[in-house]
Every structure is written in C-alpha cells, then in structure tokens.
Write a protein that binds this ligand. Structure first.
Ligand code: G3P
Length: 215
C-alpha cells in the first residue's frame, strides 16, 4: 500500500518524507486554510519536496470552472492531480481533464456507486472518506472493501485512496482490504511507528549493554 500524507503543513511533509516512506500528498481547502497559505504556493512548495502525486482541490461547482481550475493547477507541476468533489459536474469535468491527461482525484466518496461512476468517467484516484462514515454510524472501512472488490472484478485501474483516516486501525484496515493508497495525517503516522514493547526492548538492550561494559 502506498502512503500519502494528508496535510498542507510543509514541515510535517518534510519530516515524513525524510523517513523514506512517503509516496504522495493530499491537501484540501480545510487543510490549506489551517496553514494560512494559498493553494498555488502550497502545492508548488510540496512539489519541490515530494516526488509523487500531490492533490490540489478545485473549488468550482460547475464543470467549466472545474476544467479551467484543473488546467491551471496541472500547470504548476507534473505531479499535481486535481481533486474534484463527487457530483455530476465533476464527472463531466473528469471526462475532459482525463482526455487531456490531467489526473483527477474524485473526493468526498461515500458510496461504491459514486466510486464506480468516477472511475468510469476517467478519474485516476477515488477517495472514500472512512472516518466521516464512522461518524454517522456506518463502517467506513467496508466502503473501501466494496470499492476495491468492484475495481478488481472489472480490472479498473483507478486507484483507491482510503481517506479521512483517524487512527492506526483505519490504516490497518485499508491495507487489509487492499486499498492502493492510504492518505494519513501526521500524528497517525507517528502513532504507527511506535509500540510500547519496542520502547521497552530498546531500554532493556541499552541497559544490558551498559552492564556488559562494566563486567
Ligand atoms: O483526506 C480527507 C481528509 O482530509 C478528511 O479527513 O478527518 O476531516 O474527515 P477528516
């Protein structure tokens, strides 16, 4: 499973990239607003750090606007893909952008039907929102499983990005269910590194090493 970081924070991106595990970055208007920056500046900076897909979200709600924004965003760097919110206008825009070899990440996917339609229109990625489904009492990870199954049934090469990941178990479930990618916030990536038994083991090895020096 590829790992993307879900943030617009440059320092966090730099840090996780230095771990050697980072395959790409997703941003959205909420994450950009949190960093008090603008989309163009932010994704340009990210493209100088990470060599992998970077999602930049359009804010238009009509196909012509999405296409115009998509073309502009794609010009910033070859790794930029255009995030569009799932709707009929976004399907129309995806068809056009895909025909121009501009990658689309269809976001705000909450049903397998939406994912299938996005893939048919030509999206390179679909982003099911796991945590937000959990929020309303549904099992978000089941959606990932349904989409992965459908795409496998028909050999659809659109990649599934498990998004709205809120804790390490979501990342684990995404991997178990065969998501191509999980886009994970910084704090959760840090949680995925640690295990109390690893910390305990490191302490024990060091203590034994110190003892052996004295003997
Ligand atoms: O990738 C989508 C993500 O940013 C949404 O996460 O936690 O706001 O549902 P959340």
């Amino acid at each position: 499973m590829k790992i993307f970081i879900d943030t617009a924070n440059i320092e966090m991106i730099r840090e996780i990239n230095s771990w050697g595990i980072l395959d790409g970055v997703t941003t959205n208007p909420s994450l950009i607003a949190k960093e008090k920056t603008d989309l163009r500046t932010c994704v340009k900076k990210i493209s100088e750090i990470v060599d992998g897909p970077i999602s930049a979200e359009a804010i238009s709600l009509d196909a012509d606007g999405m296409i115009k924004e998509g073309r502009e965003l794609a010009k910033i760097h070859k790794n930029i893909n255009v995030k569009l919110p799932m709707c009929i206008e976004a399907l129309k825009a995806t068809k056009v952008l895909a025909s121009e070899n501009i990658d689309v990440n269809m976001t705000l996917i909450f049903s397998p039907h939406q994912a299938l339609l996005a893939a048919k229109a030509g999206a390179r990625f679909v982003s099911p929102f796991v945590g937000r489904l959990d929020d309303i009492g549904q099992v978000g990870s089941e959606l990932v499983m349904q989409i992965v199954t459908i795409f496998r049934n028909y050999r659809i090469d659109t990649e599934v990005i498990a998004a709205s990941i809120r804790h390490p178990i979501h990342a684990l479930e995404a991997a178990m269910m065969g998501a191509d990618i999980a886009t994970i916030p910084y704090d959760i990536l840090k949680k995925m590194v640690s295990h109390p038994k690893t910390d305990e083991g490191i302490k024990l090895f060091l203590a034994d090493y110190e003892k052996s020096k004295k003997s």
